[in-house]
Design a protein around this ligand. Structure first.
Ligand SMILES: [Zn+2]
Length: 283
């Protein structure tokens, strides 16, 4: 993947290599701008690379490492919250909270506002409703120190039971801007609903590059698959109808002729039938 200069600058900024310079001040920097070259050199130094101030393939591959810390937990299984937790047939409400203390780059109030917007983006598209509460939430969100180069982390509800709670976190050392906070927040809350990574047209890609700021058509389909459209559990797909037996199916013809039931009878009577009716021609 060849990153544009804007994507390079964005990743360098996310990883803190522009220091405390606000995101708006580094947007649109030229390829050879001193600030960008300084950021590249700082990144190269911290990662033990040759400090040539050139954004080459090695620098790019290191900088583009997954920016979400979630491993592929679901591995193809349908990870989801159980239904019936509130004595009802629907998924109804999962409570969620977010403690913005420690957030950098944006205000705490803005961080809470964006976390609520991220949760609403999921609530709007499927039958699970994420409701913000002050304390005792089932999904507990906060800022935290979560490993180098990682922007966010969350637990998936694989095998979760009613009464259990999960956490989701955003990196405390990151200089956030509103767009990326919303993107990564929506992504991590997506994990909390049960969504795995999907490196296609999805908010659930492992990189934060600003391609999508809300659930895409793919993500919505995944959410509906888990929680239905309207809060009711998705109706299981009816079993595939086996092909109706052809009228000249030998088994059916035999059954009609002899009206037998058990397998033993089938074998015995078929044997009898064949032996009785058809005899090899004598040569
Ligand atoms: Zn992720």
């Amino acid at each position: 993947m060849k990153l544009t200069i804007q994507q390079q600058v964005k990743l360098l900024h996310l990883h803190g290599h522009f220091g405390s310079i606000p995101y708006g001040d580094v947007v649109g920097l030229e390829d050879n701008h001193k600030l960008t070259l300084d950021a590249v050199e700082r990144f190269q130094k911290e990662n033990g690379l040759e400090r040539d101030r050139v954004y080459g393939p090695v620098t790019e591959s290191l900088l583009s490492r997954p920016t979400c810390g979630v491993n592929e937990q679901a591995r193809g299984q349908l990870c989801q919250w159980p239904k019936n937790c509130n004595n009802s047939e629907d998924y109804t409400t999962i409570t969620i909270s977010f403690d913005p203390r420690g957030v950098r780059g944006i205000s705490e109030d803005k961080a809470v506002e964006l976390a609520e917007k991220a949760a609403k983006a999921w609530s709007d598209v499927s039958g699970i409703h994420l409701k913000f509460v002050e304390s005792g939430a089932q999904l507990v969100g906060s800022m935290g120190s979560i490993g180098r180069g990682v922007l966010g982390l969350a637990q998936l509800p694989c095998g979760i039971r009613c009464g259990d709670s999960l956490w989701w976190k955003l990196q405390i050392t990151t200089q956030w801007n509103e767009e990326t906070f919303l993107e990564v927040g929506t992504h991590e809350i997506g994990h909390s609903e049960g969504h795995d990574h999907h490196n296609g047209k999805s908010i659930m890609t492992t990189h934060a590059l600003g391609d999508y700021l809300k659930p895409t058509a793919y993500d919505i389909a995944q959410a509906v698959k888990r929680y239905g459209k309207d809060g009711l559990a998705p109706t299981p797909e009816p079993p595939v109808d086996p092909d109706p037996p052809a009228t000249d199916d030998l088994e059916v013809v035999y059954a009609k002729l002899f009206e037998y039931n058990s397998d033993d009878e089938v074998v015995r009577k078929r044997s009898f039938f064949v032996d009785d009716i058809w005899t090899p021609p004598t040569l």
